[in-house]
Each structure stands twice: as C-alpha cells, then as structure tokens.
Design a protein around this ligand. Structure first.
Ligand SMILES: [Zn+2]
Length: 622
C-alpha cells in the first residue's frame, strides 16, 4: 500500500485550495525575505548569510542556532511541492539561487553544516548529541529528493547524495560508531533509498535506527572525551531517554524525551519496519503510537507537555496553561500516524493525523500567513503569562519569526505536501483517507473528489477496483452506494469504466472528558465538532473564563462567524459562577451562585486572531 504522491494530486477544495494558495503566494515569499533578513522587526534569521559565510562569499560572522541551515532546506522542500503541481518562475528562481549557494558552501568531500564549517572546523562528528550535523543532512536530503521529483533537476539531489555518501563512508559497522542526537537522517535516507533505489541508503538508515540504545551510549562516550564542550549547556543534565537512546528501539514502550526527536525517530522506525517486514519493529511502533495517543497527547493533537526540554514527561501529564505542544511535534505526529496507517490500515491513525492537523498545526499560522505559534497552549490568561516566568514560553499572539525558527518552514512543507496523504492505492484497492477535494490520474486510474459543504461527489474512471472511504471519528457518513465495512470504512466495488458516486459527511458535535488520571483536566469538558476542537475566548465571553460552567447536556447551535468562513461558531447556554458574594475573600464556604450565560465557542485553530485575550479549551463541568 502506498500513498498517491503529492506530485500527481491536485487540490480543489473550498478550504484547502485557499490554504495551499496562501502558502505558495504569501508564506513562501515571506519566508524567503525572512531567510535573507529583509523583514523589519522580525527575529533575525541569518540563514542565507551563514551559507554565504561558509562558502567564503561573506566576511560576516556565523549567527543563529547550530541547525539553522534546515530552515532553508525545509523552505526548498516546500517550494518543490508547489513546483510539482504548477510552474512558479519566481519561487523557482529563488530556489535555484539558494541551491547554487548550498553547492558553494558544501565541502569538497560532501560535508555540509555551516555551523561546523565556520565555527568549529576540525570538530565535525565529535558532538553527535548536540551538533545536529546528521539532522541537517536529513533535511538537505529531503529537500534534494523533493526538488528532483518536482523539477527533474538533479543539482540539489547530487549535493544531498554527496553528503549522504560521506556519512555512509564515515558511520557503520567497522567504521565510526554513531547515531544522531536529533533523529531525521533516518527517515530522509529511507526517502533517498525509495527515490534512487540505492540499497546502501536503506542500510545506513537501518544502522542508525538499530544501533540506537545498543551497548554503551554514544552520547555518554562523547561527554567523557577530553576537550568535550557543550553547545547547549543545559543538555549536560539530560538523561539518555531525552534522546530516545535509553533502550534499543525495539525494546522501547513509552514515548519519551524531546517530542520532535521522538516523532521523527518513530516515523523512521515505521518506514523501516514496513520495508523490511520487521515484526519486532512493527510491534515497537504500535506500542509507541498507542502510548503517545492514548496517554500523552492533548485533545488538540499536541504532544510534548513540558517546556524544559520541549518533551514528553509521563502518562497523563497534560496541563493546559503550561503546555509546550510544539508545532513541529504535531507535524511529526502527522508523519508518524500516516506511516502507522501504511503498517496497519487502522483508520484511527488518520483520526490522529486530522486531530493534529485541524487543531495544533492549523492554529500555528495566522490567516495572513506571516505570523506563527511555536508553542500551542490550551489555556492563556495574558496577565498571568506576562508575570509568571513558568509560562514565559507561551505567547498570546502569533509571532513574525523566532530565534529558533524550526516551526514555520516545517509548517510550510507539511501544508504544501498535504495532498500526498489523501489517497492510498495498491492493486485493486483505493483508500480515500482524508476527505479533501482533489483529483489525480495515475496509470489507468482517474479519481476526482469534489465537495460542497457536507456533500461529496466522487468520480472514478478505471478498471474494476474496491473503494474504501474512511469514516472520520465523530462524523456521520451517508451514501447509499456504499456499505458500512465495519472497521471505520465505507466501501463499494467499482465495476469499471467511468462512474459517479455521492455521499454526505457531516461532523457531529460532542462533549469530551479526559481520562480520570489526567489531574489537570479533572471535572472538565471540551467541545469538538468532527475532529475540530473548540475553545472560548474572552473577546466573546466576559473574562475570567475560569468562572464558566458547562452542563454535560449542553445543546449547541451553529452560526456563521463574521471573521472566518471555514467553520461555524458554536453557541450554547452555560453558567457563570457569580463573584458577587466573595468581596475581598479568597476562600470561603458559601455556596456557588450560578447565573445563566450564553457562551460562544470558536475553532481552536482561530484563537488569538482578534488581539490578545483569554482563551480556554477545557471548561469546568456544571
Ligand atoms: Zn519547531
């Protein structure tokens, strides 16, 4: 089973066409300006300048984190996805310019990390825990593959292969022992193997994955070496589980450590397990996925609850206000869940994929395409955030850019490649996994899915084929040409030729409680419509939002919002605990006095769009 690749799928959908156009026309040109340091009052990037310094074309100093090169690689990858469906001379020109610069910065032997070339020549591969050289190489490889597949141009792919070949000649059995502090190279090498057919790239990915956590810990060995210095001094105290190197990967049971690292590693494990039919690895992936989504994931599809280390902590630790829930981690969860689907075809994997996409991922960019969230809390009180240092990572408004800017370009690449996750196909079987209006033609198969509101039309022109429609959680699918297949799919047998099918898919509204062990959410309810999580904001509901009480039998009405058009706002009758008889008291034994109050809820993805104000996903149950 394979996904129908992004390169052949065209999106034509009321919501997603707009989103794709925003990335192509605004986000990517804006990011090019940012990477060139031409946007006023934004955090400095210096990314392009670092490549110039490494290439000897600038006498400036290196600036930025050790992995800032990846901002450019992810940008090129995203531009490539755009170029794969239509020409765009302007973006292509910028892209070619960037690739020339990358080529100029690459060392004659294929090495490429502008940080080590400029700041620490001679120290390459000595600090795998923090150096991010393999992480950067991974994003270079992904960009090289995407650019080649989109344009047929081989320049960046060749740069990537030179770098991969150097890594292959450096690491492995009977060579230097190692694996990256930040996984990414593994899934990139598998992608390079799938694009080129070169077995050695798959073997190298297997080596990095399978060596991890085996024998003496590489990072502990590095620390003991004379002259070792830390790039991130706080990491001196991080345990092996932070880097997912505490156990061999096949023995790991709980999602642990830095959330983005974890998601990228598990994604690569799922790829390797699929390609090698490695049942032990498949079981490990199943365990890690299950632990992530049923013990450590926010209702917004966010993962990694702790600020310090941007990491997983323990099961059920899901505070709303101090949540970290980095955008990249939810993008990583999308990568992991889609790969899990390839392993087990369990439609629940795609419910997670959509839960992450519709909430955290979409929330992380403003509707102007120029402002972003890195951290995605489920509750903000602006005054508290401004004074409480424990919450200083939370922002109440999307930012122009970040000192560490991994998230915005990562967002651009997932949104521009989204169409590569809609359909999956193998002999005689077509899956429609996400109901996004789109079409493709591949071999003798033509598929066109159109939607208007909740009504869908599917046109298929092909040989006989079985069609499976995924039923998204908390939705109702009605279509008398399909039968309920029972495992979350509706199916029909297409008997051949050109035929039209129709169905309706209606998101339902439900109230959710959290597992009783989630102490932060005890006695609380949240509202979902389909897989879209809703929240309340102070601008619609008088603050403090902590005084609201939601009855479990609340009935909701849908209304059209004035300021966004992709989804309704929800209204319901709730209560507000009166502050009247409290006066100057902080504590008291007087009973609560409830006042009826209508409340308005908006999709979480739109929070913070109307200026700074309170926001809350979970409301106390009445
Ligand atoms: Zn990030």
């Amino acid at each position: 089973m394979k996904f129908v690749p992004a390169a052949v799928v065209k999106i034509d959908d009321p919501l997603w066409s707009k989103q794709f156009a925003l990335v192509r026309d605004v986000v990517l040109p804006y990011m090019w300006e940012i990477l060139n340091d031409r946007i006023e009052y934004a955090e400095k990037s210096h990314c392009i300048e670092n490549f110039k310094v490494a290439a000897g074309l600038s006498t400036d100093k290196y600036y930025g984190t050790v992995f800032v090169d990846t901002d450019l690689y992810k940008w090129i990858e995203s531009v490539s996805y755009c170029l794969s469906v239509e020409q765009n001379p302007e973006l292509e020109k910028f892209c070619d310019k960037a690739i020339d610069l990358i080529e100029a910065a690459q060392q004659p032997d294929g090495y490429l990390s502008t940080y080590f070339i400029v700041i620490a020549p001679g120290k390459r591969w000595t600090n795998l825990m923090e150096g991010h050289e393999l992480y950067c190489a991974g994003h270079l490889i992904e960009a090289g593959v995407a650019h080649f597949q989109a344009t047929g141009k081989v320049k960046l792919l060749n740069i990537a292969c030179r770098c991969a070949d150097l890594i292959d000649s450096t690491f492995g059995k009977d060579k230097k022992r190692g694996y990256p502090g930040h996984p990414e190279i593994e899934l990139a090498l598998i992608r390079l193997y799938e694009a080129t057919g070169e077995e050695r790239y798959l073997s190298l990915a297997d080596y990095f994955i399978s060596t991890r956590g085996e024998g003496e810990n590489i990072f502990a060995e590095e620390r003991k070496k004379e002259g070792h210095s830390y790039i991130f001094p706080e990491m001196a105290h991080f345990e092996c589980d932070y880097f997912q190197s505490h156990l061999p990967v096949r023995k790991q049971t709980c999602a642990a450590g830095h959330a983005v690292r974890a998601m990228y590693l598990y994604s690569a494990m799922a790829d390797l397990a699929r390609l090698k039919n490695d049942y032990e690895l498949i079981e490990a992936c199943e365990r890690l996925f299950e632990n992530t989504v049923s013990r450590q994931m926010y209702v917004t599809g966010g993962v990694g609850s702790a600020k310090l280390g941007e990491r997983f902590t323990v099961d059920f630790d899901l505070p709303s206000d101090s949540a970290y829930a980095e955008t990249c981690a939810s993008i990583g969860l999308m990568l992991f869940s889609s790969r899990m689907w390839l392993l087990n075809r369990d439609k629940a994997c795609y419910d997670i994929w959509e839960q992450a996409l519709y909430n955290t991922v979409l929330s992380s960019m403003g509707s102007d395409g120029k402002h972003f969230f890195y951290v995605n809390p489920l509750e903000v009180v602006p005054q508290t955030i401004s004074k409480n240092p424990m919450l200083s990572h939370s922002k109440t408004q999307r930012q122009k850019w970040f000192g560490v800017a991994c998230c915005p370009p990562n967002l651009a690449r997932i949104l521009s490649s989204l169409r590569g996750y809609i359909y999956a196909f193998d002999d005689g079987c077509l899956y429609i996994l996400s109901h996004i209006g789109s079409s493709f033609k591949k071999g003798g198969l033509y598929v066109k899915l159109s939607n208007k509101g909740d009504e869908y039309t599917l046109v298929i022109d092909s040989d006989p084929i079985d069609i499976y429609l995924r039923l998204p959680e908390n939705s109702e699918l009605i279509g008398n040409q399909f039968e309920n297949h029972g495992s979350g799919y509706f199916s029909t047998h297409h008997t051949g030729g050109k035929q039209q099918y129709s169905y309706s898919l209606k998101p339902m509204i439900r109230l959710l409680r959290a597992h009783p062990s989630v102490s932060a959410l005890a006695g609380k309810l949240c509202v979902q419509r389909g897989l879209t999580t809703y929240c309340v904001e102070g601008i619609d509901n008088a603050a403090p939002l902590s005084t609201y009480r939601l009855p479990a039998d609340a009935v909701f009405t849908e209304e059209t919002a004035e300021w966004f058009d992709d989804m309704p706002i929800l209204k319901t009758s709730a209560y507000n605990v009166s502050e009247k008889n409290w006066e100057r008291k902080l504590y008291g034994s007087q009973p609560c006095v409830y006042e009826s109050k209508e409340i308005t809820l908006i999709p979480y993805k739109h929070w913070g769009s109307r200026g700074e104000n309170e926001m809350r996903v979970w409301l106390t149950e009445k």
